[in-house]
Write a protein that binds this ligand. Structure first.
Ligand SMILES: C[S@@+](CC[C@H](N)C(=O)[O-])C[C@H]1O[C@@H](n2cnc3c(N)ncnc32)[C@H](O)[C@@H]1O
Length: 202
């Protein structure tokens, strides 16, 4: 009896604290909205996608080897990301973006570095597994929970960019993420019911 009287006020206090926190928790939940493949392939999409959402996703001074927003995203969702592929990762130069992604994800994730050109001398550390593969030609030979296509689509002619996007979608598990970047603008897509949705808040 005494114990009950003691716990009720505490339970009420906890509930009211949770109620106060709920709007903040909602504001930081991952939120997506539909986006069509046609939209994704329009150059205007990239700047619109980059500026959408509560967090700034544009880096004006882009370090070629560090995608800060991507790495923050990977660190935040690392519990969901067991397999990550950095596609078009510049293996020739040691896939520097893959190295920072591995650091963000921690040691428990399997990390794949994918490019059409082979690794340069001295590559690669034990941080990741290197693959020679064209994402234009076929989906990856394994499924992943997150896949990055950074500064790859914008170097491809439109029909190849479309193939690369379709094959990336096929390479993702349901609920998986595509981390994109063009000209330093970073954006996020999620595979929802077999289609891409744009992440507008995370
Ligand atoms: C401009 S670099 C971007 C490197 C790195 N992602 C970054 O943002 O610093 C483009 C990379 O995409 C690779 N690439 C081009 N076509 C590709 C394809 N079809 N499949 C996989 N990688 C490709 C190139 O070999 C190159 O390493």
């Amino acid at each position: 009896m005494c114990a009950k009287l003691h716990y009720f006020p505490r339970a009420r206090a906890l509930l009211s604290r949770a109620g106060a926190l709920l709007p903040q928790m909602r504001a930081h939940a991952l939120r997506t909205e539909p986006v069509s493949m046609e939209m994704l392939l329009r150059p205007a999409f990239f700047s619109a996608a980059a500026s959408a959402g509560a967090k700034p996703q544009i880096e004006t001074s882009v370090s070629l080897h560090s995608y800060t927003h991507h790495n923050r995203f990977l660190a935040k969702y690392k519990d969901r990301i067991k397999v990550f592929a950095d596609v078009g990762c510049d293996l020739v130069h040691g896939a520097p973006t893959t190295v920072t992604a591995r650091q963000a994800l921690g040691p428990q994730a399997r990390v794949h570095a994918v490019d059409i050109f082979p690794p340069g001398p001295g590559c690669c550390p034990d941080d990741f597994k290197a693959h020679l593969h064209s994402i234009v030609k076929a989906p990856l030979p394994f499924k992943c929970d997150a896949l990055r296509l950074a500064n790859v689509l914008n170097h491809l002619p439109p029909h190849q960019a479309e193939q690369a996007l379709r094959h990336s979608l096929e390479s993702l598990n349901e609920g998986g993420f595509l981390l994109g970047a063009t000209h330093g603008e970073q954006f996020f897509l999620q595979k929802v019911n077999g289609k891409f949705q744009r992440v507008v808040d995370w």
